[in-house]
Design a protein around this ligand. Structure first.
Ligand code: BGC
Length: 738
């Protein structure tokens, strides 16, 4: 077996290229340049720089007006979190949720660097990602797959890495959606009303990481927060984002999420997108000349406009876009053909590596995997092949035909090619004696017939979701339920009942219920492949045939029933976030519900032994005392201690383990989830080899948000320390006292 795990050849190559081109200034330096430019601009130019040119008014999904007085372009803002939308050719990377499932910091950073190297080549200034809200409290919510995890710590670490990678490649990252856009139903009318502690400890948490990583841009969301639109919510934007978190970049509206001229300007919005609503000819235009008029009549201070422009310019300087940033080389509206080819073989390799290392092996009985040259293999299900109408047949991937490799909506890209599972299996078995039998529909009888003609069967099932402006097979963005689509349960049942060992591969946006499938004794293996992007089939065969041991871990919980999660999307116009801090595994732990596969779970072809827990924490209890800098109080991210443990590969093949650290808070803290992820380390080990997992605890990792003092506070008392292979497979326990 090859030794592949963390820093692979592909990721080091991409990272080296990004580092070589990084030209990041400090915020102070960027502000100095921006302030000096500001003096040269006319009022109209300033207004134009913060106003979009209307939907489809320029080549990118968002464009601003270029000033004449300084060498600054019509800014190009383009989706999204896994690719440059509409452009081709482009690399379609695995979705955010797969990047999260690798738990591999290097790969996540390299993915960001590669995506934005391509975006830069296309002339994109602001890439509209990463997506860190929705956090995913609702397992069926449509856009969870765009982000990395429903745990704020994993989401936060991944966000920081993604932004460093992206901005290192010279593109401004845009952290979205700020804030609390947790479902697609009624996303433009619903009010999200969490309590202050939940707000900070779950939903704001990854935005701290984004700001700390110097993100240049943040996008405010469609929904209301406590009754006020997110894009005109003074407390949220001025108070929290620019105040508490110390954000120095610019805040843009989600597309058509602006609802006022004066209130949005005074509440902290810095740029309106796309500049009008989507009606033709453009309907409401809140800024442009309306903003100029509001400044003339004194409803918006001139200093506010100057601040908007300074922030917009500062982000541009921060990532070095004043030097050699290419002109826009594609148009979103004519098929996206780019005048330059920005894809590289290294990016394709990286996409494969991430997809491979994100695969989570959920079940592996009777050593069914890796496959050992069966005499014949049945490959079953429409998810095994590319959509017969073409991988890009549906705009923004708004259909679920053929193998699923991204969800749908604005966060998608045009596949340059899509390696289907079946073709990769054929490629892998070419020249061997294994006979391949196929049934590439979801017809249960046909599937069973194919299985009967083979020794072993692989059945492909899937579950899709996306953004609410497209409805697919009756799912209006959010999923109607957590079952496999296309009657996948019936297909698996029919195949398994032929008495063939049955391997189930799941391509899915998030959790699906597996109980029906698991009730079949012949289902020997379940492989969760998520949304793997263009290299889907290759990544899968790397795992199925044992070239690499699986090393992905679930970035969310798989429950036994949907009700077990305690959260479903609502048709009400208010969501009070009544579950508070108890989402995903925090809820399962608190309520004593046994999940089917817990958060952090994933099998390997080898085994790992844990030993020698060591804990050294040195911090005084109490609140942060530092002044606010970019990312929050200066001392919030101080390293206050370390936990470490040894992990040994005790099996027979090379493999990577994700060692996980969970912390339980002392009783002096107000009611807190029993354990919360606060560290992880992915270690690649050859058989017999040991490695040390070192988890650095930042002050925030052992703090709670105190609503009375509005500060992060380290509680006094005994903290519980859990180190293990998942949130429920705890191998070592300890404690420390503050
Ligand atoms: C989405 C954003 C996206 C924007 C531009 C909106 O519908 O919510 O995530 O960046 O469109 O395409």
């Amino acid at each position: 077996m090859r030794s592949l795990g963390t820093s692979t050849a592909a990721s080091s190559l991409v990272l080296a290229a990004a580092l070589a081109s990084a030209q990041v200034l400090t915020w102070d330096q960027a502000y100095q340049r921006a302030t000096s430019d500001l003096q040269k601009l006319t009022q109209d130019e300033k207004i134009g720089m913060v106003t979009g040119v209307t939907w489809m008014g320029g080549p990118c999904v968002g464009n601003t007006y270029a000033p004449q007085s300084i060498p600054y372009p019509s800014l190009c803002l383009q989706d999204g979190p896994l690719s440059s939308r509409f452009a081709n050719p482009i690399t379609v990377f695995p979705a955010g949720i797969n990047a999260g499932a690798t738990w591999d910091r290097d790969l996540i950073r390299a993915r960001g660097a590669a995506m934005s190297a391509e975006a830069k080549g296309l002339g994109v200034n602001v890439q509209l990602g990463p997506a860190l809200g929705a956090l995913g409290k609702i397992p069926s919510a449509g856009r969870n797959w765009e982000g990395f995890s429903s745990d704020p710590y994993l989401m936060g670490i991944a966000t920081g890495e993604a932004i460093k990678g992206m901005q290192g490649s010279g593109v401004q990252a845009c952290a979205k959606h700020f804030l609390l856009n947790e479902q697609e139903h009624n996303r433009e009318t619903i009010s999200s009303n969490p309590d202050d502690r939940t707000l900070h400890e779950l939903y704001l948490w990854p935005f701290y990481d984004a700001v700390k990583a110097n993100v240049a841009s943040v996008m405010c969301s469609y929904n209301k927060v406590h009754g006020t639109w997110a894009c005109e919510n003074d407390e949220l934007l001025n108070g929290i984002l620019k105040g508490e978190l110390g954000f120095k970049g610019h805040l843009i509206s989600d597309w058509n999420a602006q609802h006022s001229t004066v209130l949005s300007a005074n509440s902290g919005l810095d740029m309106t997108m796309p500049g009008s609503d989507f009606s033709t000819p453009p309907g409401s235009i809140y800024w442009g000349q309306n903003l100029a008029a509001a400044i003339s009549n004194g409803s918006v201070p001139q200093s506010r406009l100057d601040d908007m422009v300074t922030r917009v310019l500062a982000g541009w300087y921060l990532v070095g876009q004043d030097k050699d940033h290419p002109p826009v080389a594609f148009s979103s509206w004519d098929g996206g053909a780019a005048s330059v080819n920005v894809t590289t073989p290294a990016h394709g390799d990286l996409a494969r590596t991430i997809a491979r290392d994100s695969i989570v092996l959920l079940k592996n009985a009777r050593k069914a995997l890796p496959l050992k040259k069966p005499a014949s293999l049945a490959v079953i299900g429409s998810d095994a092949i590319v959509n017969p109408n073409g991988a890009n047949a549906c705009p923004d991937r708004g259909c679920n035909n053929g193998t699923l490799a991204q969800g749908w909506g604005s966060g998608t890209g045009e596949f340059p090619y899509l390696v289907a599972p079946l073709s990769a299996i054929q490629e892998k078995l070419a020249g061997t004696r294994t006979k391949i039998v196929t049934s590439t529909t979801d017809d249960a009888a046909a599937g069973a017939e194919a299985a009967r003609a083979a020794e072993t069967a692989i059945v492909f099932i899937n579950s899709d979701s996306g953004e609410g402006y497209i409805t697919v097979e009756g799912h209006a963005g959010d999923r109607n339920n957590l079952d496999p689509w296309h009657d996948g349960n019936a297909l698996v049942q029919a195949v398994a009942r032929t008495n063939r060992p049955t391997i189930v591969v799941v391509h899915s946006v998030g959790a699906i219920l597996l109980e029906t499938i698991l009730a079949e004794p012949n289902v020997v293996a379940i492989v969760w492949a998520g949304l793997p992007g263009q290299e889907s089939g290759h990544a899968l065969t790397d795992i199925l045939f044992g070239d690499t041991s699986p090393s992905g871990k679930l970035p969310y919980t798989i429950g036994k029933t949907e009700a077990d999660y305690g959260a479903h999307w609502t048709t009400e116009l208010v969501d009070n976030f009544a579950e508070g801090l108890f989402i995903d595994y925090r809820h399962f732990d608190q309520a004593g519900i046994k999940p089917r596969y817990e958060f952090g779970f994933g099998l390997s072809y080898t085994t790992f032994k844990y030993s020698t827990l060591a804990t050294a924490v040195n911090v005084a209890p109490g609140p942060t005392t530092g002044k606010t800098i970019v990312g929050g109080p200066e001392d919030l991210f101080d390293i206050v201690g370390t936990v470490s443990a040894y992990v040994r590969n005790s099996g027979r093949v090379t493999g990577a383990e994700v060692a996980q650290l969970y912390i339980g808070y002392p009783d002096s803290a107000p009611s807190t989830p029993p354990k919360q992820l606060r560290g992880f380390s992915k270690i690649n080990l050859v058989p017999g080899q040991s490695g040390q997992a070192i988890f650095e605890l930042r002050r925030r990792d052992i703090s709670y948000w105190d609503v009375a003092t509005k500060k992060w506070v380290v509680p006094k008392g005994k903290f519980k320390v859990y180190v293990g292979s998942s949130s429920r497979d705890i191998r070592l326990k300890g404690s420390f006292t503050v």
